[in-house]
Write a protein that binds this ligand. Sequence first.
Ligand SMILES: [Zn+2]
Length: 326
Amino acid sequence: MAENRKKKNQQKLPWWLTPVLLLAVLAIRFGGEALGRGFQWLSDSQTSESTTTAQKVPSDETLTVRFLDVGQGDSILVQMQGKNILIDSGDRSEAARLLTKLEENHVEQIDMLIATHPHADHIGGMKAVLNRFPVKQVYDSGQNYKTKMYNDFRLQIEKEQIPFEVLRGGQEVPVNEMVKLKVLSPQALYKGTPSDTNNNSLVLRLEYKDFAMLLTGDIQAEVERDLLQTDPEALQAQVLKVAHHGSKTSSINEFLTAVKPKIAVISSGEGNKYKHPSPEVVQRLYNLQADVFNTALCGDIIIKSNGKTCDITVEKFYDEQQAQAA
Ligand SMILES: [Zn+2]
């Protein structure tokens, strides 16, 4: 499936554009290296698996995070030492695509299934995932959200007697001896904000030695301000999953400055009706010298870390100027 999609994408490009794109990507690659950002660029590779990466980082100590392209929605697969953690599951309409991607990445069981919040573009694929794979543990934001989809999700967990836990700020979920997920928010459920459901998203900091990735669900500016007040230093991360698909209701400049991301990942659908991501948010990230990757343009975005540096590969060719304009 991934192969087919890659081919389809290549066919759409005029023949003369390929060398232009290659040069553009190489320019970004060497630009990144010139800035000495401490990570390697492998994004010009057409394959998501790089042999260079495999040689540099022993596979048993590689943390792999895949931002799966599931259209307008989020789904992030974290893999290490045979463990699979799935954070969100995209929209229901993308469930078949999600299952294919999980199988392509050798998922046979899910050790932790995490729902950042109960909106349909984050839990739509949960039913399909629970039906297909054995799931050992479910973590949730524990919101009182009355939709059939969310209700069914909770009922299925109960029926299948899967251990279920609501997470709150300050908790830590160990992945293994080296990697943990720190819960930064919510401390307690928000009430009366412009979108409580979004603002009550689980905010997670994935930590592996010197490497950190901040996963923000769909939080908005209100929570970003609270996080800044609580502990701005705890926000710093090499990789940021940009909040709420790059919406302008999130990603205030002070928050992005505290995170200081080298890589910013936006998970959004091509031509989505919300016009995500906001050009202003993308510009703010560029102003901070972050490199911005969008699943709508790049397909799956894969980040591998050895606990110090990280490599990034993308499923499809992308163009920096396109990303800026998207
Ligand atoms: Zn969302």
